[in-house]
Design a protein around this ligand. Structure first.
Ligand code: HDD
Length: 705
C-alpha cells in the first residue's frame, strides 16, 4: 500500500483571497466555499488581524470584544492532564460479535452473531507527561469503550496481563515512585531511576510485573502490534443468573511485534510521535487494524483448584491451562476529527458495566471502581462529562440527574424525583427490575480487617514461568533491560536488592544482571513468603517472537535511493511490497526526490536525515554507481545502514550500494539477512522473506550486552 492519498490532498488555495490593507496588514476574506468567521456568540468578525486601537499607533481598547473573547478562551485552553496515562491516542471503530454467548452472559452486545457495536479506543503510555515520547519503556494502556444498546461498557486494560500491586491502596505510591522524582522534576517518562526501583525492590508482589516490563512488551513496534488485557477476573452472568468467571484478551490480527531497546532510544529522537503517527497513517490509508476479543472462561471449581488466586491481579492464567476463546473482532476504522474533543476528553471507568457483566472482589479492581469516576471531576471539571459526545451513551438514556457546570441537557417534564404521582412523560423514567443491572448475589461475610489473603503470597513462581517461556533472544533482552535500568539507579543497595529478588526467579538471569552491573558480590536471595514453584510449565503464548506475524503485511519498507537508481528494481520492490499489503517509503539525499535510470522522477517521502532506518521494519539501499560515493560520505546514510544492521533488520542492496557497508565498517560482517538485489525475482523473494521481521541470529554478533 502506498502512502495515503487522503493526507496529500492539495490545499484549495483558490478559496482564499488575500487582501492587503492600507497599513500593510493582510486580510483573508471568505470567497464562497469557506464560512464567515464569527465570535463564539455568532457575531460576524470584520478583522481578525488587528486589535481595536485608539489612533493608528495608540493603545488597544478594552471594548474590543472579539479580541477579549479570543484571548480569554485561549488562556483557558488547557485542562489537567491525566494523572497517569497522560499521553494517549484514540480512534473509533466497531466490535463484531461472532456468535451468541447467551448461555454465559446476558450482555446485549453478545446476543446476536454479526451484531456490530461502536467502540472508541485509547492507547497510552503510563508514566510520561502528555508531551513525552512514544517509545518510552512503559506499559501501554489499552482502553476500549463499547457503546452498547444497554449502555456503555469499558474494558480499561493494558498491554500486559498482570499488574504491579495487589491492592489499590498502593497505587498512589507506585505511581509517585514511577513518575518524575518530586524534588527535581525528572526523569521524564522513564522508570530508570532510584525511586521506582526502590519501591519495586521493597514490594515483592511487583516482581512478576517487573519481568514483564523489562521484556520487549514495553517497547511495542506500534499499538497495532500489541495484545491487550482486561487484567482482572470479571464475571459473566446469564439470564438465569448463573455466573462464570472471565478474563478478557485482545489479540492483534497483525501479529505481535516489538522494537529493540537501542532502536527505541533512537526512535524517540527521530519521531517522538512514532506510535500515534503509525495508527493515524494506517487508518487513513484504509489498512484498518484489527484485534480479536478472546475470553478465558472458568468456574468456581477451577478457581478453587488453581495454584494462584484468581482475584490477584499480579497473576495470569496461562492460555495453555484455560484456552482463549475468540468471540468477536474489533476494527479501528476512523481517526478522530478533533484530538481534544475525543482523545483528550474521553473518560473511561472500570465501573462502566452493562447487565450480564459484573465485578469480582479483586482488591485492585474494587479500588479502581472508585478512582475512575472521581478523577474525571478534576480532569474534565464537571459531573456532566457524560454529556460530551465521546462519553455519552449512544442508546436512549433517561435519569433525574440535573444541573451542574455545563449541563447540555436536563430532564424535561414536571418530575425530577421519584417515586412520583405523575404518569407518562410527566412522571419521567422508571426502573426495570427485570432488565436493569443487578449485581451477582454473591454471599459474603467476614470480619472487618486490613489484611492480605495468604492466597496472594506467591510472588516469584509466575515471574519464573514468564522468564522461562521466552526465547533465548527475549531472555537476553530482559537481562539487558534490567542492567540498563539499574545502571541508572545511583544507590548500590537498590541495585543489589533487585538482583536479590531475581535470584528467586532464575539464577541465570540474576547472574547476568549482576555481571552486567559489575556487582562485586552476589547478594543473598530475598527471603520469600513462599518458595518459587520451579515445576510450572513454559507458556509459549507469553513470547512475542513465537507469536509474530505470518507476513510483512502492515509493515513498512524504507528504500534509500539516489539519482540513477535502477527503475526496474524500484518498480519490482514496489509491486512486491504492495502485493504483501505492506507500505514502501523512499528516502533520498533531498526531499525533492531523485531521477531514476530512465529519467522517471521518484519523489522522496523523507530526506535522509529525517528518515533514519529506525522508522522502518526493513530497508533497501538502491544506489547507482555514479551516486554511491557521495551517498557513502553522508553520515546519516552510513547510520541508515549500520543501524539497520545492528537492529537485526533485513537489508536489500543494489550492487553499487555495497560501498555503503564498507564505509559503515560492516562489509565483512554481512550475513544472509543482507540480500543483493539485481532483478525482479530477487526483489520478490526478498520481500517474501521480510515476514520474519528480524535476523535474530545476527544479534549475538552485534550486541555487546
Ligand atoms: Fe488505571 C487511567 C489501566 C490500575 C487509577 N488506567 C488508566 C488508563 C488505563 C488504565 C488504560 C487510561 C484510560 C484512558 O485512556 O483514558 N489502571 C489500568 C490497569 C490497571 C490500573 C490495567 C490495573 C490492572 N488505575 C489503576 C489503579 C488505580 C487507577 C489501581 C487507582 C486506584 N487509572 C487511574 C486513574 C486514571 C487511570 C487515576 C487516570 C486518568 C483516568 O483514570 O481517567 O483514575
Amino acid at each position: 500500500m502506498a502512502r495515503s492519498d487522503q493526507d496529500m490532498k492539495p490545499v484549495d488555495f483558490a478559496d482564499q483571497k488575500v487582501l492587503r490593507g492600507t497599513g500593510g496588514e493582510v486580510h483573508q476574506v471568505a470567497t464562497g466555499k469557506s464560512k464567515p468567521l464569527t465570535t463564539a456568540q455568532g457575531v460576524p468578525v470584520s478583522d481578525d488581524q488587528n486589535s481595536l486601537k485608539a489612533g493608528r499607533r495608540g493603545p488597544t481598547l478594552l471594548e474590543d470584544q472579539h479580541f477579549r473573547e479570543k484571548i480569554f478562551h485561549f488562556d483557558h485552553e488547557r485542562i489537567p492532564e491525566r494523572v497517569v496515562h497522560a499521553r494517549g491516542f484514540g480512534a473509533h471503530g466497531y466490535f463484531e460479535t461472532y456468535e451468541s454467548l447467551s448461555d454465559i452472559t446476558a450482555a446485549d452486545l453478545f446476543q446476536r452473531p454479526g451484531e456490530k457495536t461502536d467502540v472508541f479506543v485509547r492507547f497510552s503510555t503510563v508514566a510520561g507527561n502528555k508531551g513525552s515520547a512514544d517509545l518510552a519503556r512503559d506499559v501501554r494502556g489499552f482502553a476500549v469503550k463499547f457503546y452498547t444498546k444497554e449502555g456503555n461498557w469499558d474494558i480499561v486494560g493494558n498491554n500486559i496481563p498482570v499488574f504491579f500491586i495487589q491492592d489499590a491502596i498502593k497505587f498512589p505510591d507506585l505511581i509517585h515512585s514511577a513518575k518524575q522524582e518530586p524534588d527535581r522534576g525528572f526523569p521524564q517518562a522513564q522508570t530508570a531511576h532510584d525511586n521506582f526501583w526502590d519501591f519495586i525492590s521493597l514490594t515483592p508482589e511487583s516482581i512478576n510485573m517487573a519481568l514483564w516490563i523489562m521484556s520487549d512488551r514495553t517497547i511495542p513496534r506500534s499499538f497495532r502490534f500489541m495484545e491487550g488485557f482486561g487484567v482482572h477476573t470479571f464475571r459473566f452472568v446469564n439470564a438465569e443468573g448463573k455466573s462464570t468467571f472471565v478474563k478478557f484478551h485482545w489479540k492483534p490480527k497483525q501479529g505481535m511485534q516489538s522494537v529493540i531497546w537501542n532502536e527505541a532510544l533512537k526512535l524517540n529522537g527521530a519521531d517522538p510521535d512514532f506510535h500515534r503517527r503509525d495508527l493515524w497513517d494506517a487508518i487513513k490509508m484504509g489498512d484498518y487494524p484489527e484485534w480479536e476479543l478472546g475470553l478465558q472462561l472458568f468456574d468456581e471449581d477451577f478457581a478453587e483448584k488453581f495454584d494462584f488466586d484468581v482475584l490477584d491481579a499480579t497473576k495470569i492464567i496461562p492460555e495453555e491451562e484455560v484456552p482463549v476463546k475468540p468471540v468477536g473482532r474489533m476494527v479501528l476504522n476512523r481517526c478522530v476529527d478533533n484530538f481534544f474533543a475525543e482523545t483528550e476528553q474521553v473518560a473511561f471507568h472500570t465501573g462502566n458495566l452493562v447487565p450480564g457483566i459484573d465485578f469480582t472482589n479483586d482488591p485492585l479492581l474494587q479500588g479502581r471502581n472508585f478512582s475512575y469516576l472521581d478523577t474525571q471531576l478534576s480532569r474534565l471539571g464537571s459531573t456532566n462529562f457524560t454529556h460530551l459526545p465521546v462519553n455519552a451513551p449512544r442508546c436512549p438514556f433517561h435519569h433525574f440527574q440535573q444541573d451542574g457546570h455545563m449541563a447540555f441537557h436536563n430532564p424535561v417534564g414536571r418530575a425530577n424525583y421519584e417515586p412520583n404521582s405523575w404518569s407518562g412523560e410527566e412522571g419521567g423514567p422508571r426502573e426495570d427490575p427485570k432488565r436493569g443491572f443487578a449485581s451477582h448475589p454473591e454471599a459474603l461475610e467476614g470480619e472487618k480487617s486490613r489484611v492480605r489473603s495468604e492466597t496472594f503470597a506467591d510472588h516469584y513462581s509466575q515471574a519464573r514461568q514468564f522468564y522461562i517461556s521466552q526465547t533465548e533472544v527475549e531472555q537476553g533482552h530482559i537481562a539487558s533491560a534490567f542492567t540498563f535500568e539499574l545502571s541508572k539507579v545511583e544507590t548500590l543497595e537498590i541495585r543489589a536488592r533487585i538482583v536479590a529478588h531475581l535470584r528467586n526467579v532464575d539464577e541465570d538471569l540474576a547472574k547476568k544482571v549482576a555481571d552486567g552491573l559489575r556487582l562485586k558480590e552476589m547478594p543473598e536471595p530475598i527471603e520469600a513468603a513462599m518458595p518459587t514453584k520451579t515445576e510450572l510449565k513454559t507458556s509459549p503464548k507469553l513470547s512475542i517472537i513465537l507469536n509474530g506475524p505470518e507476513s510483512f503485511a502492515g509493515r513498512k519498507l524504507g528504500v534509500l535511493v539516489t539519482d540513477g537508481v535502477d527503475i526496474d528494481l524500484v518498480k519490482a520492490l514496489k509491486s512486491a511490497v504492495e502485493a504483501e499489503d505492506a507500505m514502501i517509503e523512499f528516502v533520498a539525499p533531498m526531499v525533492g526526490g531523485v531521477e531514476a535510470s530512465d529519467g522517471t522522477w521518484i519523489e522522496a517521502d523523507e530526506k535522509i536525515d529525517g528518515g533514519p532506518s529506525v522508522l522502518y521494519d526493513a530497508v533497501a539501499i538502491l544506489a547507482s554507481e555514479d551516486a554511491v560515493a557521495a551517498l557513502a560520505n553522508m553520515p546519516p546514510a552510513k547510520d541508515f545502514v549500520s543501524d539497520a544492521f545492528v537492529h537485526c533488520k533485513f537489508i536489500g542492496y543494489s550492487q553499487a550500494a555495497k560501498m555503503l557497508f564498507e564505509k559503515a565498517g560492516i562489509a565483512s560482517d554481512m550475513d544472509a539477512g543482507c540480500v543483493a538485489l539485481s532483478g525482479a525475482g530477487e526483489a520478490k523473494n526478498f520481500v517474501k522473506s521480510l515476514g520474519k521481521l528480524r535476523v535474530w541470529d545476527r544479534e549475538p554478533k552485534v550486541s555487546a550486552g
